[in-house]
Ligand binder design. Structure first.
Ligand code: ADP
Ligand code: MG
Length: 280
């Protein structure tokens, strides 16, 4: 695992932000297109996520995970219902919601340092302030020495760590992650999962993490929300009772094995239903 410097929670996160990051999704449905071409991507969904909680949204490809996450980010407007963060209705993207995508999270023409300093600069920080924030978060993700490199000069895993630093540099109350490790090889992915948990433990923000990988969801989450096949709805809300800090050895414990099996069974039953519906 990479070396994370010893930040206290208060150093990495503003004291005044602690306790923020409550997400409320209320009866949200999202339809793309009009009339005959209309496609229901998310079907009447309600979710509550507590400040500091780590929630994974798990579901098959095309079920509406990204669409739901994009509604929390403010990139997609719900057709019905509302999303709010800390009781403020979301109607556009904002610095209180950091986003990390599978790819393209970084500006390729800027150095790693400039990528992380960019958000604070846009928010009005001076050069010195933005630089200090960039260094803080590059330290947090273990990449302080790589500030002068360009994204293309880093491995995929390192780029995603810069992406996380960049998202956190705005001091968001919510970190939204859309299959952020999906393009990484299996070994790097495991290291990144542990690293993310370490960063989250220090920074203490709410995390909503989208994945189609059952093991990833169970290993990371306090709660796994399982989505149905399209149109997406939350069909199960599974509490993962594994202690923290998590470590890979927990994968052989009964708690892990049972949670994993339950998620797999739910997804399998759901896929079968979707398959049969296509064949009537
Ligand atoms: P997932 O992330 O679970 O793979 P998405 O949320 O990306 O699924 O997509 C859900 C459904 O909505 C898919 O059928 C997809 O084609 C459709 N969709 C997503 N974004 C748009 C868009 N901007 N316009 C039209 N259809 C879209
Ligand atoms: Mg997606």
């Amino acid at each position: 695992m990479f070396n994370v410097h010893k930040f206290t929670n208060a150093e990495a996160r503003r004291q005044s932000d602690i306790g923020k990051g409550h997400i409320a999704v209320r009866d949200v449905s999202i339809t793309f297109g009009q009339s005959a071409a209309a496609h229901l991507a998310v079907d009447t969904t309600s979710i509550d996520i507590a400040p500091g909680e780590f929630v994974c949204i798990l579901g098959p490809s095309g079920c509406g995970k990204s669409t739901l996450l994009n509604a929390v980010a403010g990139y997609v407007a719900p057709t019905t219902g509302t999303v709010s963060v800390d009781e403020v209705v979301v109607d556009k993207p904002g610095p209180d919601r950091g986003m990390v995508f599978q790819q393209y999270s970084l500006l390729p023409w800027k150095t790693v340092y400039e990528n992380v300093a960019f958000g604070p600069k846009m928010a009005g920080a001076t050069r010195t302030e933005a630089g200090s924030v960039a260094n803080t978060f590059l330290n947090l993700v273990g990449l302080r020495k790589f500030g002068n490199r360009y994204p293309a000069e880093l491995s995929g895993g390192m780029q995603q760590r810069v992406g996380i630093a960049r998202a956190l540099a705005n001091y968001p109350s919510v970190l939204l992650m859309d299959e952020p490790f999906g393009a990484l090889d299996a070994q790097t992915r495991l290291v990144m999962q542990e690293s993310l948990l370490e960063i989250w433990r220090k920074f203490g923000t709410t995390v909503v993490f989208v994945t189609h990988d059952v093991d990833e969801a169970v290993f990371l989450a306090d709660r796994v929300l399982i989505m149905s096949a399209a149109p997406g709805r939350i069909i199960e809300d599974v509490e993962i009772k594994l202690p923290r800090p998590r470590n890979p050895d927990m994968a052989s414990t009964p708690t892990y094995v049972e949670a994993r099996q339950f998620c797999l069974d739910t997804i399998r039953a759901e896929s079968r239903k979707a398959f049969e519906a296509q064949n009537v």
